[in-house]
Design a protein around this ligand. Sequence first.
Ligand SMILES: [Zn+2]
Length: 212
Amino acid sequence: MGMFSMRSGELIVCDQCDFLLRKNLIDMRGSSSCSRCGHVLFRTHPLGLHRCLIFLITAVVLFVIANIFPIVTISSDGLTNSSTLLEAVYRLFQDGIPSIALLVFLTAFLMPALQIFSLTYLLLPLKFGRIPLRFGPIFRLVHLVKTWAMLEVFMLGLIVTITKLNAFATVSPDIGLISFILLMISITAASANFDKHSFWKEVDAIKLRGQR
Ligand SMILES: [Zn+2]
């Protein structure tokens, strides 16, 4: 019984020459290249998941700071008002720009929250030698969210928001906003370090240990 017996029938396609390779014939350690054209199919980074988890912990801390502290301070007519992200979203909603409010909410709150949650759900149990419960849907969520949570969209939403708010007040950035930018960088780094091959390898290694 090999380590990858569970998915032994799975095939992998070389995206360079379309050659079909049986996954159990591929060495899962280190890098694997196509036996026909030599194209590198994937590389597993032994420390990738570990790095991913470190960026995730950083992201959790930043997410909390970013949502507790105000992102902007708005001054108009001698009045100063600081808003957190969710307050700013609510204000935008009330001021008649619901589409931008929704965009900011999705890209700056919901997507980062989902990304942090799903990756932590997958990786934290592994750290303790356990396989996350029913991880299938969460695993798919990671890929779904990855395609939708775009840093550029968030940045665009942010610029539009500040510009719109600036039209009727003076807006200056706050601690929350800086935390948000750092949060986006941490999440991008975490998801870049999440290697699904390393994840499967780890899951199989835990299963194997459990069978002994
Ligand atoms: Zn090939």
